[in-house]
Design a protein around this ligand. Structure first.
Ligand code: IFM
Length: 429
């Protein structure tokens, strides 16, 4: 059990609030959330969990939980309100305070540079559809690397570029809300290019460990072609180029061209130190029709409040597969579940389904680890209930309940359970 870290994860736009404080610029999510109908409850991240002001209280919670590591993201528009050029010292100062307070509490900070909040100023210049954004990202990476790399041992470049590219530009469910496959493929390539350029920038800035966080959904089904296609879409599209295998064949029929230039694939394949694995559920598929001829089959097991099938075996299968395909150390950088938790003034919010979900997924992960998978840590998603993107505040993923009107934090049973689990693991080391 040495080298294994137990943690929790969050992201800037989902928890910080303070959207127009201390010189923060606008992000694509500030603008998207204001589009009528874009967010289920019409909410925004303007206040969210008010973590920007309450981070000390939140770190005290992490301490109580016994967390060894905390994964958070930096809001690019706090650091560079126009996306490039002018640095906002007050933005950097917030993360300075946060990191120092974490270290003081004995918690290792794991930083993600991009968890979907692109500065709006860059979106106005083409956003991720433009190659320039990849260069802007590397500049931003270097600034944050130089400011925090002395105290933050582990930086991830992007969180779930699949979501930024496809949910943001193809299905339109996420910011910037475009529905155009060509734009999505351009965004996908520029995100990966930005990742590769940022790896170099972070190393130049002296950052110790650099990685990337991808979301995976292992695919199951009878129809080989549908399984292969869905596997490329969900799992290989971003992983293969990072592993130096170039892009897999397209999962789309007659896809528009991707803007790949000479040398790009080498940049994208620059060696990294770890792979972050986000796992929530699996996909079951059959042959379908249209541009992406895959049909998704209904779940065979109970689902979470997101409608996602609870399938811990999928995490085991995924970890074993990743260990076969790469020798990189792995972290589970997100895993968790939304359930419709209710709080009526009790000291503990009862969430038995989440307790079972976490227990079963942790057991699956440890089974894979016991069989030799180089798994270095587990971060539950999420520390707090928070702004769940297009679902607003209607979905609760936290192990700590947030009563938004008062901003009171109430640990759920799952938080108590996780605390005991961590203690027990530490004792058995
Ligand atoms: O809340 C998100 C997170 O921002 C990225 N991964 C999935 C989570 C649950 O949908």
């Amino acid at each position: 059990m040495s080298h294994f870290l137990f943690g929790a994860a969050t992201s800037a736009y989902q928890i910080e609030g303070a959207a127009s404080e201390d010189g923060r610029g606008l992000s694509i999510w500030d603008v998207f959330a204001r589009k009528p109908g874009a967010i289920a409850d019409g909410s925004t991240g303007d206040v969210a969990c008010d973590h920007y002001h309450r981070y000390s209280e939140d770190i005290a919670l992490m301490r109580w939980l016994g967390l060894q590591a905390y994964r958070f993201s930096v809001a690019w528009p706090r650091i560079l309100p126009e996306g490039r050029g002018r640095i906002n010292p007050k933005g950097l100062a917030f993360y300075d305070r946060l990191v120092d307070a974490l270290l003081e509490a004995g918690i290792t900070p794991f930083l993600t540079l991009y968890h979907w909040d692109l500065p709006w100023a860059l979106e106005e210049q083409g956003g991720w559809r433009s190659r320039e954004t990849a260069h802007a990202f590397a500049e931003y990476a270097e600034i944050v690397g130089r400011a925090l790399g002395d105290r933050v041992p582990s930086f991830a470049t992007l969180n779930e570029p699949w979501c930024s590219a496809f949910l943001g530009h193809w299905t339109g469910e996420h910011a910037p809300g475009e529905k155009n496959l060509e734009a999505a493929l351009k965004a996908a390539h520029h995100l990966l290019l930005g990742h590769g350029l940022a790896v170099e920038a972070l190393r130049a800035a002296g950052v110790k460990e650099v990685g990337l966080v991808l979301n995976f959904a292992p695919v199951y089904g009878e129809d080989e072609e549908a399984v292969k296609r869905a596997d490329i879409y969900h799992n290989r599209f971003f992983l293969d180029p990072v592993l130096g295998r170039g892009y897999p064949e397209s999962p789309f029929l007659n896809p528009p061209p991707m803007p790949i230039q000479e040398g790009d694939l080498e940049i994208i394949a620059r060696p990294i130190d770890f792979l972050g694995v986000n796992y929530y559920s699996r996909a079951r598929v059959a042959r379908g029709e249209g541009l992406y001829p895959v049909r998704y089959l209904p779940p065979e097991n109970p689902v979470t409040d997101m409608g996602w099938e609870v399938y811990p075996q999928g995490l085991y299968d995924l970890l074993k597969r990743l260990a076969r395909e790469t020798s990189m150390p792995l972290y589970i950088t997100e895993n968790g579940a939304a359930y419709p938790d209710r709080w009526q003034g009790e000291e503990v919010v009862e969430d038995p389904e989440r307790v079972a979900y976490l227990r079963d997924h942790l057991e699956a992960a440890f089974r894979a680890k016991a069989e030799g998978v180089d798994l270095r840590g587990y971060f539950v998603w999420s520390l707090l209930d928070n702004f769940e993107w297009a679902f607003g505040y209607t979905k609760r993923f936290g192990i700590v309940y947030v009563d938004y009107p008062t901003q009171r934090r109430i640990p759920k049973r799952s938080a108590h359970w996780y605390r005991e689990w961590i203690k027990a693991q530490l004792v058995s080391r």
